[in-house]
Design a protein around this ligand. Structure first.
Ligand SMILES: [Zn+2]
Length: 88
């Protein structure tokens, strides 16, 4: 596979839909496994679930390939501890 020049754009491509999907869980603290379950139920994400991580959309955490929202007020999650996220 050719290396993509836009990893950030790649994570960002899921942002709007993920934001919408997580809206009913606002202010809830969820484990990654639970978030993955929610993601797996979304038709638009079918076949791409493995690319969608809460850690890419965190207000207090970033990593290689994170979404444009990482460490900004547009973030979807706050990382509480390893594998635990609060929905913003
Ligand atoms: Zn994002």
């Amino acid at each position: 596979m050719k290396k993509s020049p836009g990893w950030e754009k790649f994570a960002s491509k899921f942002h709007d839909k993920l934001k919408e999907v997580m809206l009913p869980y606002k202010n809830k603290t969820l484990q990654t496994a639970r978030i993955k379950e929610i993601i797996e139920k979304v038709n638009d994400f079918r076949g791409q679930e493995q690319w969608i991580y809460p850690s890419d959309h965190c207000i207090n955490h970033t990593n290689k390939g994170a979404c444009y929202c990482a460490e900004t007020k547009n973030a979807i999650f706050e990382k509480k501890s390893q594998g635990i996220y609060r929905v913003l």
